[in-house]
Design a protein around this ligand. Structure first.
Ligand code: GLC
Length: 564
């Protein structure tokens, strides 16, 4: 195997800046707060920090509606703060990774403001404009991802514009070379500042079909999810190769693209030496509760049957990236519920559940992405009223659930499970006021149980989730298992066991085994090859070979004596 690149050996930590650390008392986090915690991140083996957008934004979608691609929103600080963060990070071996949100801009971006003035404006063709149907209605029946029509009427132009997400996020017209050039220039601006990579947002939507047609409705509202109409339209790769050529190629950085719906057989075109990106976030393991489409009200919720599915899709992703590209392992991000709730029954011991997911995350083949608070084992939140929620998609999905005949209480239960605010509550640093996040009034409430689940408390406890993450990170990065965990191949074990996830990593003369019990019952297993193996680490003390206690995770190592 080729020498691994720096980003294949490190852990990536995702910071949601608004909720990370507030140094001014404003109630929202800022860039100085991230700089202040770089030493903390170092203790987690972090070599790169993915920042969700910090650009000027009206914050309709918390920064994913960008009004200027090459500046910093004043609520986060200044460009100087950003430069300082990049420099302080570099000094510690931590590179900053920027989020490129290039499918759309904010409707307050000067390009869109100009585009919306008239059909002859300078930027007239920078967004996707269409005439109304003869009866005046929207050009198609596409539903935006946040709910409601994907088209909004503009009086001045007497036309509709397309938005895959909120009306405040008009889609950019990638067919226009001037648009592409402006976007590449913005990314190059950040490369010149010394960033270590990019996460590329919602990239599967940038190419639109040549002809726009109505789709078969998938709900009572007569609309169809826009995803099924525009995602991965043929021709998209031409744009992406150009993007790579004009921006990423030749730099010692990494790129990871959010690409919901790319199939494993297409992967070599998307990732690797010849592909457009280094890594792809695909969502097969995140969407298990959505076999009936992406509407929250159609989700199945947790069932134990999810675990065999989880095993299957994770193994498939490991195989798909064995030769092509590299796997970005993740179980949380700012759009998802907390993983301790996702893959475990409500009554599960949350601390053990968090440790179980950590064991999988940190021992799969690929680069682990840790989302802020995941290393503390944080759980979901459940506020009483829909008005308490900030997340724009929670509101859209709540309305849709009501329109489908659910009661307000049922709709709230759905919001409690799937709201993106679950992952956006303030980071929990100390046992003090507001968990040490802010001296002011936090923009979202802090979890009630922060006193026991915070960095201050968990750093002191040897058996905490945080200590387990640190231990696993050390295993990955130094010592006898590091070579295997970084470079070793992957083989699934106990594939037919519905409750235990087990896999073997192999490199040179060493084998490393991970076994995790996802159930609330003690499970026994037979794995003769484990007999001569030695326990490296266990989430509960006193592990026994051949059986796993509820939610227990164990990691073994074995020398084979022969180079495999
Ligand atoms: C991505 C982001 C999400 C955002 C959306 C629109 O899915 O992760 O937070 O709302 O794109 O930009």
């Amino acid at each position: 195997m080729n020498e691994l690149k720096w980003w294949q050996k490190t852990n990536v930590y995702q910071v949601y800046p608004k909720s990370f650390l507030d140094t001014t008392g404003s109630g929202t986090g800022d860039i100085k707060g991230i700089t202040a915690k770089l030493d903390y991140l170092k203790t987690l083996g972090v070599g790169a920090v993915w920042l969700t957008p910090v650009y000027p934004s009206p914050m309709v979608d918390n920064g994913y509606d960008i009004a200027d691609f090459t500046a910093i929103d004043p609520s986060y600080g200044t460009m100087e703060d950003m430069e300082n963060l990049i420099a302080e990070g570099k000094r510690r071996g931590i590179r900053m990774v920027m989020d490129l949100v290039y499918n759309h801009s904010s409707d307050k971006h000067p390009w869109f403001i100009d585009s919306a003035t008239s059909r002859d404006s300078e930027h007239a063709d920078w967004y996707i404009w269409r005439d109304a149907k003869p009866d005046g209605s929207a050009p198609t029946n596409w539903r935006s991802i946040f709910g409601g029509s994907a088209w909004t009427w503009c009086e001045a132009r007497q036309q509709y514009y397309l938005h895959t997400f909120a009306a405040a996020q008009p889609d950019l017209n990638w067919e226009n070379p001037a648009v592409r050039q402006a976007l590449y220039d913005a990314a190059n601006f950040w490369l010149d500042k010394g960033v270590g990579g990019f996460r590329i947002d919602a990239i599967v939507y940038i190419k639109k079909p040549e002809v726009f047609v109505d789709g078969e409705p998938d709900s009572d509202d007569g609309m169809v999810n826009i995803h099924s109409m525009i995602a991965n339209t043929p021709g998209i790769l031409d744009f992406l190769y150009e993007f790579k050529e004009q921006v990423f190629a030749g730099h010692d950085i990494f790129t990871v693209a959010e690409a919901n719906g790319v199939e494993p057989h297409e992967l070599d075109k998307w990732v690797g030496e010849k592909g457009a990106f280094d890594m792809l976030f695909e969502f097969s393991h995140m969407n298990l509760e959505f076999p009936n489409g992406e509407l929250w009200s159609h989700a199945t919720g947790y069932t134990p049957e999810i675990i065999p599915e989880l095993k299957k899709v994770l193994s498939a992703s490991q195989h798909a990236t064995a030769d092509n590209g590299w796997y970005p392992a993740f179980f949380e991000n700012h759009d998802q519920m907390r993983c301790v709730e996702h893959y475990f029954p409500a009554e599960a011991d949350k601390k053990l559940a968090a440790k179980a997911m950590a064991a999988v995350l940190m021992t799969l083949r690929g680069t682990p992405f840790i989302y802020q608070g995941q290393e503390l084992g944080l759980g979901n939140t459940a506020w009483e009223n829909i008005e308490d929620y900030n997340d724009i998609s929670s509101h859209g999905q709540y309305e849709l659930a009501l329109a489908e005949g659910k009661s307000p209480a049922e709709a709230m239960t759905i919001v409690h499970r799937y709201s993106r605010d679950n992952a956006r509550t303030p980071m929990q640093w100390t046992r003090g006021k507001n968990a040490g996040f802010s001296a002011g009034v936090p923009w979202l409430p802090v979890h009630e149980d922060y006193a026991c689940q915070c960095v201050e408390s968990e750093a002191l406890a040897e058996d905490s989730v945080l200590s387990w993450y640190r231990q696993l990170s050390a295993l990955r990065q130094s010592g006898e298992a590091a070579g295997v965990l970084q470079q070793g191949d992957y083989t699934e074990l106990l594939a037919d066991n519905p409750a235990i996830m087990a896999f073997r990593r192999r490199f040179g003369c060493r084998l490393v085994y991970t076994l995790v019990n996802f159930s609330g019952q003690r499970q026994t297993y037979e794995l003769p090859e484990l007999e001569e193996a030695r326990l490296l680490s266990g989430s509960i003390s006193g592990s026994q070979q051949g059986s796993l206690r509820p939610y227990e995770a164990v990691i073994y190592i074995k020398e084979t004596g022969e180079r495999l």
